[in-house]
Design a protein around this ligand. Sequence first.
Ligand code: NDP
Length: 435
Amino acid sequence: RAKDGHEKEFLQAVHEVVEAVIPFIAENDKYNNLMILERMVEPERVIMFRVPWMDDKGRIQVNRGFRVQFNSAIGPYKGGLRFHPTVNLSILKFLGFEQTFKNSLTTLPMGGAKGGADFDPKGKSDNEVMKFCQSFMTELQRHVGANTDVPAGDIGVGGREIGYLFGQYKRLSNEFVGVLTGKAMSWGGSLIRPEATGYGVVYFTKQMLEEKDGSQLKGKIVGISGSGNVAQYACEKAIELGAKIITMSDSQGYVVDPSGIDTDKLEYVMDLKNKRRGRISEYAEKYSEATYHEGQRPWGETMDIAFPCATQNEIDEEEAEALVANGCICVAEGANMPSTLEAIHVFQKAKILFAPGKASNAGGVATSGLEMSQNSQRYAWSREEVDDKLKDIMAAIHDECVAFGKDGDHVDYVKGANIAGFVKVADAMMDQGVV
Ligand code: NDP
């Protein structure tokens, strides 16, 4: 793909998928025509736009906004918005491509998309974040809609940002509709949506352990990276199931707490990250049993299970080898593409349990799908109802991975997730003709 040669993250995501899908196509003639894979790697539409806004000092700032509408074969476009200074077209194409397969796995009717801007919410006042969100939505509203494209949060886009974006959409369209997910409960949100991605990672891990040898999370040592939305709720559910969490991190370093991050300490992290918007290094100042490692990632620590929940390419080949050498038996990705291709190959060679993000972190978008259903019904389900549905969906995704990835007594979840995700989208595209 010479024309995408400079888009390294996108090429990496495509590479991971085609490694599994090309051998499958070779054995299944049905998919060997109509340029199905070639069409799938081309986004249906990319929108790129100027986002001008005024900061608190009265200066005009300009950012670049994007929406990559990747594939609508099985439903309206669906996927998060990321606000981070590293955002570029390659990253959003990789995320939109991954999202297409992930959404297919959820069993719900959602196409794939991703968007965002190179805006850095860190250090900005609430007023500046609101101004930015309003300007961003002033353009985005032309391209989204409850039956067209339904964005959600991602890195840098949480409840506050979704609120500002929704308010501006409503003002411009004069419609109160489910155009975004991740909304607050009092205005159309779903219970369990904030928890869903992290909880889903843990539910999926539970399934993998049970499939392998019937073992449980109880008593397992778990290392988590990140301390944002996904990391916090993966931590919460893993604590509830009896695991001992020893690490969390942010973009500046990680903390290791050999005595374990318990519910009280997690509450401190949530307050630190969500309300005070502080640094994870403060954890080690508060709890003397913990140590902080500036500029490093936690994968050199000894752990049974790793949940990378920060960002892409945060486990490289060397770190993967260190995890395996230290006895890690399971890696379940909470983030999107946190393991490099070389790291994935290390896990596959060692035959440890490895869940790619498109399977293990699909609980977030699945619950967004449930939020869309509730919005359409103008009704809200109870916490238990949504959590039960989330558990069922994670179990269904696990079963799809096993169906396509089982080889003897080992399950290759990368192969299983990619082929299962591919088959549903490819079948829909073939049914709909060359479009
Ligand atoms: P948040 O913004 O809530 O948290 C992100 C965390 O990752 C923070 O701890 C942040 O540190 C850290 N981080 C961000 N960028 C980097 C970097 N370049 N290097 C190291 N650490 C970094 O985001 P989410 O928790 O929502 O998302 C985390 C991952 O999960 C992303 O890959 C996202 O795409 C994926 N995901 C999220 C879903 C969701 O429902 N939220 C659904 C499915 C996947 P700091 O505090 O310093 O910024």
